[in-house]
Design a protein around this ligand. Structure first.
Ligand code: SF4
Length: 741
């Protein structure tokens, strides 16, 4: 053990001068690995986007098996999230819990994934039973692992079982070797572990970009909010960077299975590895799109300079930025963490794509960050991001406007393996509970969780990583904290439930939805819980007033979740769809759908698979998987109307302070929307009127959306809808629905 001294600062140090010393440590770690199982297989490349086989690995029994991809799987589930849900359905029973051995983690890239000619085509989907929601969670993630998995011969990787020792699964897609190794001395935290493993399994310097690592971190072992880091080797920086499969606690499942890391070594990536049916159309569509990005990004979203953090000030301007646990929508200090700041702090003049060919290149990074706290204090590191969600969640929502602390919080979330969005929302909840006396210093073990106290926030995170103190309680997530606080009599149960921003057990992502009824549905009427990747309708609804009626909102909550689901079936990133649009987009019919880009996706799918589809088929493809997932939720004991309920904070003002901060707006709504008088009423009386009006219209929205989706008013897909979609071919699916009609 004395030889295994490893200093992470030598790894992520941007001048990278101490490589030799650190490689000495690497050799010692490698020597401690013990091969538990090794098999050989025949690597293969995809044909028209599919390799037509998947890989099953049981980390307990060490079974390693290939499974065929059937035509039915392709027809109904397409790939990506669809394949993940299909495998998970077959692996679990209604009684399976997240930490049972039969729960799986499935990683699936989708047929288009791995294309290099169009932006945002390197995504894979990760699916598992979530420790937070106890239903299937899906997370769309970049990095190289998914595409390299496919180029090593597999359309999906299924991981099942629970090991009794920490293991690494290594897939060598060049030599055709699959190996399970015991990893007794490997570090846990991602920024160290992935750097070591990339160098350990690459055959030489030129091979480094062909290796990708999936890992988590210390906090994933002691919390329910663990996340997975998917690595990609950044040649320009000469270090390993990450994209995250963040939501729902999949990192927790990963560490519960005692998987320390997955490592893949694939072939060198070239433009033709996916063997598409029509490479010319793909090339032509890609060239057109890259030109558009070059011409329009600077005047539209500045993704290539600021990443997604460019919207911080836009959200603030529209009163949509979450501040102090979603109480308010703007803050005077936001200029300290807006895009003007990030533009000079994020490293520029480098192409930051998380997969080859992504000209949107939004995976920005801050280099040379010297950490102030925790086990890596004093180390100089590269921080991936911050993205908008991190700046808003870790920042404004907790009243933290010091960008150095934001970078440090972002770094530790990543390396400890916890979801930044979840951590931001749960910390904001903790801070509001502290503000309102629900939590006290005695109850937090001495942590002073006042708004803006970044040091206390970081200490809570370090506790979470050590599995100690209040950090361990916070790591249960908002839903279980609410139950714990109520059980222990810490405060008014209604207030605790109103301000705890979770639905189905998943924390809200970082947008204020109070003034957008459609977005309230976009969050709560989701399959996996309130993540904006299903539907982000705030601007259409609240700013542009394009959804005036319940039917309009229901139509949007029918179309957009299905349209966005399609990205996850195929291996696309959502961002290139509408973060930069054609210059003449606003002149097109249905401009909000970005019709030219929709046509690009239709063309890319057809050109990859050889299957002719239309834009309507694209929605039908998604509808099959979306409805299957809804039935899956019902099978696991959730997925009904009562599980779509939203916390009142997401619908309207919970507290007097909140109401009075926007009194003019709320008073006016009493007159214009409710047809009543506001004058002469106390704030409490007006808040009561708002609660009745807002909960009533949310309930009416549920009726409209369920009807449009072909569901009963209890949220169950009807037998007719199953038949329309061909899901009646699965007797178990029909049986679940019949039990709930
Ligand atoms: S747009 Fe950003 S997140 Fe999406 S693939 Fe490109 S670099 Fe990755």
């Amino acid at each position: 053990m004395s030889q295994l001294v490893f200093d992470p600062s030598k790894v992520m140090d941007i001048d990278y001068t101490k490589r030799t010393e650190y490689l000495d440590g690497l050799e010692a770690i490698k020597a401690a690995h013990k091969v538990l199982k090794e098999i050989t297989y025949t690597p293969s490349l995809p044909d028209k986007g599919y390799t037509n086989r998947t890989l099953y690995v049981n980390v307990d029994t060490l079974e390693v098996t290939e499974k065929p991809v059937t035509q039915q799987m392709k027809d109904v589930f397409i790939g990506g999230r669809g394949f993940g849900l299909y495998h998970l359905w077959n692996a679990v029973k209604p009684t399976t819990r997240w930490n049972d051995p039969e729960n799986e983690i499935i990683i699936c890239p989708g047929p288009v994934a791995g294309m290099t000619q169009y932006a945002g085509t390197g995504k894979s989907l990760v699916v598992s039973l979530s420790p937070q929601t106890e239903i299937p969670i899906d997370s769309n993630v970049g990095g190289y692992f998914g595409p390299l998995l496919k180029f090593s011969g597999f359309d999906a990787l299924e991981l099942q079982g629970k090991s009794d020792k920490d293991i690494i699964l290594f897939i060598d897609g060049v030599k055709g070797i699959i190996r399970i190794e015991e990893a007794p001395t490997d570090p846990v935290d991602s920024h160290v572990l992935a750097e070591i493993l990339t160098h350990m399994y690459a055959e030489n310097e030129a091979d480094l970009p062909n290796v990708s690592v999936v890992s988590s971190g210390a906090a994933a072992e002691h919390s329910l909010i663990g996340m997975l880091n998917f690595s990609f080797y950044d040649r320009r920086r000469g270090c390993v960077r990450f994209k995250q499969a963040g939501r729902g606690g999949i990192g927790t499942v990963f560490r519960n299975k005692r998987i320390r890391a997955l490592v893949i070594r694939g072939p060198r990536v070239t433009g033709d590895l996916n063997h598409p049916a029509d490479p010319e159309t793909i090339a032509k569509t890609g060239i057109k799109y890259h030109k558009e990005i070059r011409e329009n990004d600077g005047s539209q979203c500045m993704m290539r300079r600021n990443g997604t953090a460019h919207i911080v000030e836009i959200m603030d301007a529209y009163d949509l930025l979450p501040v102090h646990n979603f109480q308010f929508g703007s803050h005077p200090d936001v200029h300290k963490i807006d895009s003007a700041y990030w533009q000079q702090r994020l490293t520029q003049a480098t192409s930051d794509g998380c997969w080859y060919g992504c000209s949107m290149a939004c995976a920005k990074g801050a280099d040379g960050v010297v950490l102030k706290t925790g086990p890596y204090a004093g180390h100089m590191v590269t921080v991936d991001g911050p993205e908008y969600e991190n700046a808003a969640g870790l920042g404004s929502n907790c009243g933290i406007f010091d960008p150095d602390y934001l970078l440090e919080l972002n770094f530790y979330c990543d390396t400890y393996g916890i979801c930044t969005i979840t951590y931001g929302t749960l910390t904001a909840f903790v801070m509001e509970c502290y503000q309102r006396g629900i939590l006290t210093k005695e109850r937090t073990g001495g942590l002073d969780m006042t708004w803006g106290n970044a040091e206390a926030d970081l200490e809570m995170m370090h506790q979470m990583a050590r599995g100690e103190g209040f950090g361990k309680i916070a790591g249960m997530g908002v839903k279980k904290m609410k139950e714990y606080f109520i059980r222990n009599g810490y405060g008014d149960p209604q207030l605790i439930n109103d301000i705890g921003m979770e639905n189905k057990g998943l924390e809200y992502s970082q947008y204020m939805s109070k003034e957008s009824l459609a977005q309230q549905g976009g969050y709560a009427l989701t399959n996996k819980g309130p993540q904006h990747d299903e539907a982000w309708l705030i601007f259409m609804d609240m700013v542009n007033k394009q959804l005036p009626t319940f039917e309009d909102k229901a139509e949007a909550l029918y179309y957009f979740p299905l349209f966005r689901t399609w990205f996850g079936l195929n291996g696309f990133c959502k961002l290139p769809w509408n973060d930069v649009v054609p210059a003449n987009n606003s002149e097109q019919p249905e401009a909000h759908k970005v019709p030219e880009h929709v046509q690009n996706y239709v063309d890319l799918f057809t050109a990859t698979t050889g299957l002719q589809i239309t834009k309507e088929d694209l929605i039908t493809q998604s509808a099959k998987v979306y409805n299957f997932q809804r039935v899956f939720n019902i099978r696991m004991g959730k997925g009904l109307r009562l599980h779509d309920a939203a916390p009142y904070r997401s619908l309207g003002p919970v507290t007097k302070e909140e109401y009075e901060s926007r009194a003019e707006r709320y008073d006016q709504q009493i007159v214009t929307e409710m047809g009543l008088e506001a004058a002469g009423k106390t704030t409490e009386e007006k808040m009561a009127l708002h609660r009745e009006w807002r909960t009533g219209r949310f309930s009416k929205l549920m009726d409209s959306v369920y009807t449009r989706r072909g569901w009963t008013l209890d949220g169950v897909p009807t037998l007719e809808r199953l038949k329309e979609l061909g899901l009646d071919a699965f007797p178990e699916v029909v049986e679940v629905v019949k039990q709930h009609l």
